[in-house]
Design a protein around this ligand. Sequence first.
Ligand SMILES: [Zn+2]
Ligand SMILES: [Zn+2]
Length: 284
Amino acid sequence: MLILPFTDLPDNFHHVSPTNSTRVTSSQRYRLSWTTIIERSDPRFDALTEVFMGEFRPIDTFGVAGTESQEHSVLWFGPADIIARFEANPAAGIPWDEFNQQGVRADRWPNDDAWQQVIPATTWNPDGQGIVAEYSFDDGGSVVVYEMLGRPALLSSGVSKSPNGPTPLVTFHCTRCHEESGHHDRYMSARPDDRRIVCQQARRHMRPGRCGGAEANARNDRMVAVVQEAFGRPVTGSTEGLYAAQCATKDLDPNGILVSSSCAEVREARTHTARHHATAGERA
Ligand SMILES: [Zn+2]
Ligand SMILES: [Zn+2]
């Protein structure tokens, strides 16, 4: 098993279904996250090849490559020697041409028990902290999908026990209405499918009428003012921007259970992404 170093794909373009704007069907660019070779002599061979249909089902030793984008994943499988040559000398570059010309591509990485033991857990960002995707409104603000360490409310498929301590999670926040999403939208980030599901929710929030926008802000500004008054700190003058300001200065609590997403978390994720890009730049 070879695990590739982190590569971000900023400004990657995703294609969506013509009938459902939230369903991503493929992306312009993918990164290679891991490769491995499954030997014919592997006792798990039958279980691992079971997921491949008919003529595509390998009958001998084969190579596998896990490629993914922010919102999509593709499993390549084909001649083992392509993977063996690459693993022997990764510095020579990823054999994208050979992947295109030989082997088979399957939508998503397999998800059954046998493959879950082979495929490593992945996050989009190193250490699971940083920006995953961002969708901008025409008139300002955006919906941001990001990873951070915390307590996920929803576990990855195949994971039955909540991990001890903070673990990578993926969630989203709307910097325009600050409303959508809550602690129930915090997914464990261990597989591309985890990121895909949160990105789909973020895309749904971009649909007309979904974002509360300025109206939601005004309503929440009044609510904050009422609460402050109740605590003996009445707001004098305009209440505009109170809610957004609260969102930007929320405590970052990696151990919190009922935490909801915030601009404070988004800012923290941006800091991590800037650091990852700087480190990747030094390495290149
Ligand atoms: Zn919104
Ligand atoms: Zn916010």
